[in-house]
Design a protein around this ligand. Structure first.
Ligand code: C2O
Ligand code: CU
Ligand code: CU
Length: 471
């Protein structure tokens, strides 16, 4: 071959590669299904898809009504919405409403199995305050794989307070959902889910960030205040989010609703399952970069040399202006006193190793998840204190429970920081005690109990989960 021709070809391949690396993709915004616009009757079909993370390269994925992820469903407090989930993925699964305060029979846990080609037809009566929640499969032993394939979507709840607050509220414009996940790709194709014995302990952690199914995303927003609804939808990775400029932003909501007032922060740590709403001031018209540090799985003193990746490039379209603002007062949170609690329960998240040093089992209180065993019986309407810790090993675990939201009483013997004083349903626990206060208002019977578990999906699938009734 002619040497010059070869050199030219090589050059063009290199420059083409360079270009591909620099290119960013427009952030996908999941379709919004407003329950009111659909007469509170929604059809969601779980299907196998072929999503293009990279142009013209199809990956095998799963989605609701589409190739990857699912629409954002908007509910209103004190309204009921019927949802029909039709399972077309060719295998059984379930659809859990993570963060919803609904009865066990419509919670979508492991007992609400949807067989292939069947429809799970439920009514969700929304009784809780405005918040950002999500839906995802919860089949025993299969949660990690099904979520990884793309089965997840957002449930946004609005109420009188959220509608009245002068916050940005135009979905996809100045009120933007970000479902953040990590995936591996080979030649642009998403690597299918698999897990080795070695990976089980840390959970599945992959190298490329995707946001709403978009690789290297950018978004163009109006000038003014920007509201982001963040969901860590990753299987196992914990992130520390910050702006590249180190500039402060405001946390306005946790999993279960608004904080009492906005809290200025520069860093936001989020474990799988957690949601937070933040506000960023974009009024100087300058682009910003939302970054994520990949936190190590094991507890560490120093955080030097950690991987840092860009989550989203935020560009400003100065011809448009958002009229949303940041109010000083967002919510009133009624806290219970510890003395009001009638029961205290203890949960220790435990890991067991084989002689190769791999985690072969994980459980809670020495009991691995068993669908035929009820681990705790809660009395409906009573206030309880739950004390939780990672009882063995060097890993922290995001502890989650179904059916309600809770408040943190103390962590490591200290009261929660102002930004952690909101309603939550996932909390990262370490080797020292985390105390939460909680009340369950909805029924979960033996037939359809609620779950509590680690939200590292591999740990959950390994058995770090238990069941409880509320009656
Ligand atoms: Cu998001 Cu029991 O799960
Ligand atoms: Cu849940
Ligand atoms: Cu865990």
């Amino acid at each position: 071959m002619n040497k010059l021709f070869f050199a030219l070809m090589l050059f063009s391949i290199i420059s083409c590669n360079e270009k591909a690396k620099q290119d960013t993709n427009k952030l996908m915004i999941p379709e919004l299904i407003d329950s009111r616009a659909f007469n509170r009757d929604i059809q969601l079909t779980l299907q196998n898809g072929q999503h293009e993370f990279y142009p013209n390269i199809k990956s095998n994925t799963k989605g609701f009504n589409g190739h990857y992820l699912g629409p954002t469903i908007r509910f209103y407090k004190n309204e009921s919405t019927r949802i029909r989930f039709t399972n077309k993925i060719g295998e059984s699964t379930t659809v859990h409403g993570h963060g919803l305060h609904v009865e066990g029979k419509v919670d979508g846990g492991p007992h609400n199995k949807i067989l292939p080609n069947q429809t799970w037809d439920i009514i969700l009566p929304i009784k809780q305050e405005a918040s950002t929640n999500w839906y995802h499969p919860h089949l025993m032993g299969k949660t990690a794989e099904h979520v990884h394939a793309g089965l997840a979507g957002l449930y946004i709840i609005e109420d009188d307070n959220s509608l009245k607050l002068p916050l940005p509220k135009t979905y996809g414009v100045d009120d933007i959902p970000l479902v953040i996940q990590d995936r591996d790709f080979t030649n642009g194709k998403m690597v299918d889910y698999s897990i080795t014995e070695e990976e089980n302990m840390q959970g599945k952690r992959e190298g490329t960030l995707i946001v709403n199914g978009t690789v290297s995303p950018y978004v163009k927003v109006p000038k003014g205040w920007l509201r982001l609804r963040l969901l860590n939808g990753s299987n196992a990775r914990i992130y520390d989010f910050h702006l590249k400029s180190k500039q402060p932003f405001y946390k306005i909501a946790t999993e279960g609703g608004f904080l009492e007032e906005p809290i200025a922060i520069t860093n936001l740590k989020m474990a799988p399952g957690e949601r937070n709403e933040i506000m960023i001031n974009m009024s100087n018209g300058q682009s910003k970069e939302l970054m994520a540090t990949f936190l190590p799985p094991e507890r560490r003193m120093l955080s030097i040399g950690l991987t840092k990746k860009r989550v989203l490039e935020i560009r400003v379209d100065s011809s448009k202006v958002s009229n949303g603002t940041l109010p000083n007062k967002l919510n009133a949170i009624h806290t219970w006193k510890k003395e009001e609690a009638t029961t205290t329960r203890i949960f220790e998240l435990l890991t067991y190793w084989n002689d190769k040093g791999n985690a072969y089992a994980m459980d809670i209180n020495g009991k691995s998840m068993n669908m035929t065993r009820i681990d705790e019986e809660v009395t409906k309407g009573e206030i309880e204190v739950w004390r939780i810790r990672a009882g063995s090993g060097m890993m922290d675990h995001p502890f989650h429970m179904h059916g309600t939201s809770f408040l943190i009483v103390s962590q490591n013997g200290k009261p929660p920081k102002p930004e952690d004083k909101g309603w939550k349903d996932v909390v990262i626990v370490n080797h020292r005690w985390t105390e939460i206060i909680v009340k369950f208002n909805f029924e979960a019977t033996k037939k359809f109990p609620y779950m509590y578990h680690c939200h590292i999906l591999e740990h959950e699938d390994l058995g770090m989960m238990g069941q409880f009734t509320v009656e």
